[in-house]
Design a protein around this ligand. Structure first.
Ligand code: BT5
Length: 320
């Protein structure tokens, strides 16, 4: 009911408790309780004895009703589960994805203000203090499991686009899942999947963006290599707008991927690449391969040219 009340509060400067009660077919006490709930969430609502309630300001929270207002996607973010705090949005998303038959549809979003046990790849930690954007999207693509790398790459392109639209900042993609600004990490992507032979059961795409985060909120050992959008742009960034833009871009690129037109996404990926043309070292399960990053192939694999000229295809690894 809070969502409905907000809708009416937004439409008019003032609306009385009586009119709200009538519109929602509930008692005035019930309306009053919902108004208190909204105030507890951080909405500033004043009340005038004669005129009624007036919405003065909204909190900077990633509440579903805020994200969905003006979101122009067809299915990404149509259902949102919001948490002020949880362990990891990917963990909840994976649990929910198991309940597809019970109405957990493609595009369902899990979003949190803070994660107490955010996850990176290979069991690494992802620090997720208040002020960032930590979310996961549930997908059920009818694609072969080999598409998993391509999903990560297209997510990175969507994130770069959203960052550009909302902050004017040009960020770069470090293969396979990092977004950098000035050589520092601003965003990470964690794609997880359940598959059987040739069929994907579900994919969960988790993305963390350091938006209005202070670098000092991170452990000292990673402060040097991290950055936030606020720090890079010199001002607070509207997180709701960023999430909306990202979801819109995400759906656009996901549709392209589903049409099996990855090459056009790859073209854009290459434009934003931080990796191609560089001499790098890649850790693949504890083994280090050195060489020049010469290309990304149609499957999303990195092509490394070793010193002896041999070309190696790396589908998953970490640049060190
Ligand atoms: C990643 O792993 O970059 C994937 C991060 C995915 C986070 C999202 S948030 C929403 C969803 N729910 C989750 O629980 N996870 C996803 P990886 O490439 O393994 O990088 C991890 C490394 O990045 C760590 O070992 C740190 O060095 C560094 N790191 C940790 N937190 C960071 C942060 N907030 N900003 C920048 N770097 C960070």
């Amino acid at each position: 009911m809070t969502g409905e009340i907000l809708k009416f509060l937004r439409e008019k400067e003032y609306i009385s408790g009586e009119v709200l009660a009538c519109k929602l077919n509930v008692s005035r006490v019930a309306v009053w309780k919902q108004i208190q709930k909204l105030k507890d969430m951080g909405y500033k609502i004043t009340s005038d004895q004669n005129l009624g309630y007036c919405l003065v300001s909204r909190p900077d929270l990633l509440l579903p009703q805020e994200i969905q207002k003006g979101l122009s996607t067809n299915y990404i973010g149509k259902e949102i589960y919001y948490f002020p705090e949880l362990k990891s949005t990917n963990i909840i998303a994976k649990e929910k994805a198991l309940h597809r038959a019970e109405g957990i549809d493609e595009g369902t979003l899990i979003i949190a203000e803070r994660q107490s046990a955010g996850k990176g790849r290979l069991g690494r930690e992802w620090f997720s203090p208040v002020g960032g954007t930590w979310l996961s999207i549930i997908l059920y693509p009818q694609l072969s499991p080999s598409y998993i790398s391509r999903i990560t790459l297209m997510t990175a392109v969507a994130a770069v686009k959203a960052i550009k639209v909302c902050t004017q900042i040009e960020s770069q993609i470090k293969w396979p899942n990092d977004i950098l600004i000035n050589e520092k990490k601003v965003c990470g992507i964690l794609t997880e999947m359940s598959a059987e032979l040739d069929i994907i059961n579900w994919v969960v795409v988790g993305i963390g963006i350091n938006v209005n985060v202070d670098r000092r909120d991170f452990p000292e050992d990673i402060q040097e290599n991290t950055i936030s959008l606020k720090e890079a742009s010199g001002k607070e960034v509207l997180r709701v707008k960023l999430v909306q833009t990202f979801l819109q871009e995400f759906e656009k690129y996901y549709e392209i991927l589903k049409r099996r037109e990855f090459s056009s996404v790859l073209k854009e990926w290459k434009l934003y690449s931080h990796t191609l043309g560089k001499k790098i070292r890649v850790d693949i399960g504890g083994r280090i391969i050195k060489g020049e990053a010469v290309d990304i192939n149609e499957e999303g694999a990195l092509i490394l040219k070793k010193e002896d000229g041999e070309l190696v295809e790396i589908i998953s690894g970490t640049i060190v």
